[in-house]
Design a protein around this ligand. Structure first.
Ligand code: GUN
Length: 295
């Protein structure tokens, strides 16, 4: 079997078009414009590229977008004061502080200071807890993107054996949580594997849907995959730089071999990646509607 490619760029484009139409409606009917504040400390090239993408997408979708660039030496106190100000600003519905933050900043304290209603990353413990009990307002962006890729590719999630490799707070734990909920687009039987899992292949072999967020090149090889499985590769590993200076990226899955066994697979790049920013926009739209009593 040669797997069908799940085209994340195209699915993300469709969702962005849906958001754009809804923003036009909200503006016309309720004079409501979703507002996103993006905050960056310092000038790390990776973070700069991510945050520029977020800000640009927000503007393209008709959002109000406020970009705040602060020096790397900004104090904890000044960052917390900024968040306090953004928490109170009615034009801003979503606040995104780009991670990682410089060493002298206490990251948890910053995340906890964001009003959970404006926490469009869904990293605040209130939002993590609400997801856990099946009462989420916002889903964290990368896992929400994975769920949408599965749903919009017609993958049957209900009752499926899902195996997740990796237990990060940003991907592994929340995607396991989302897909085990008693919800449409979920109801799966989920196994979460990690670096201390004994005999990883014995678990991955059972997966109808295999989600790999291990942070390691070729963490999953063809012999670990069941014939016909759906494989979602969340890995972002830089293997080199092209002659034009672009980063060359590969996932965590041995793509060339695994695509001969899977029924569907996400490529890297162009699979999960394009979904993340799009889901951030969906959360910001939801935050605006919740603030206006429209959701
Ligand atoms: N850094 C890497 N990924 C993310 C993300 O999803 N949100 C934020 N705020 N920072 C990140």
């Amino acid at each position: 079997m040669t797997a069908k490619l799940i085209n994340g760029a195209e699915i993300a484009r469709q969702i962005r078009e849906e958001i754009k139409q809804e923003v036009i409606q909200l503006k016309a009917k309720h004079n409501l414009v979703p507002g996103l504040a993006t905050v960056l400390l310092g000038a790390d090239p990776g973070s700069l590229s991510y945050i520029t993408g977020k800000e640009k997408t927000a503007r393209e979708l008709g959002f109000y977008s406020e970009r705040i660039d602060l020096p790397e030496t900004t104090s904890q106190k000044d960052l917390l004061s900024l968040i306090e100000k953004l928490n109170k600003e009615p034009k801003i519905h979503g606040i995104l502080v780009q991670m990682p933050l410089p060493e002298h900043i206490n990251e948890s304290e910053v995340l906890y200071a964001i009003d959970p209603r404006k926490d469009v990353d869904a990293f605040h413990p209130v939002n993590v807890g609400k997801l856990m009990i099946g009462d989420a307002d916002y889903l964290p962006c990368t896992p929400a993107g994975i769920q949408q890729l599965l749903i919009r590719s017609g993958v049957k999630i209900d009752g499926a054996e899902v195996v997740v490799v990796g237990r990060s707070n940003i991907v592994g734990k929340p995607i396991a949580n989302i897909l085990m909920q008693k919800n449409k687009g979920a109801n799966a039987t989920v196994t979460l594997c990690h670096t201390h899992t004994r005999d990883l292949a014995s678990h991955t072999h059972r997966a109808d849907i295999l989600i790999v967020a291990a942070g390691k090149l070729k963490a999953v090889t063809a012999d670990m995959v069941k014939e016909g499985a759906v494989v979602i590769d969340v890995g972002v590993n830089q293997i080199g730089t092209s002659t034009s200076g672009k980063r060359i990226i590969r996932g965590d899955v041995d793509f060339d071999a695994v695509k001969e066994k899977a029924s569907m697979i996400t490529p890297v790049p162009g699979g999960v990646g394009p979904m993340t920013i799009t889901m951030l926009m969906l959360n910001t739209l939801k935050a605006a509607k919740l603030a206006a009593g429209l959701a």
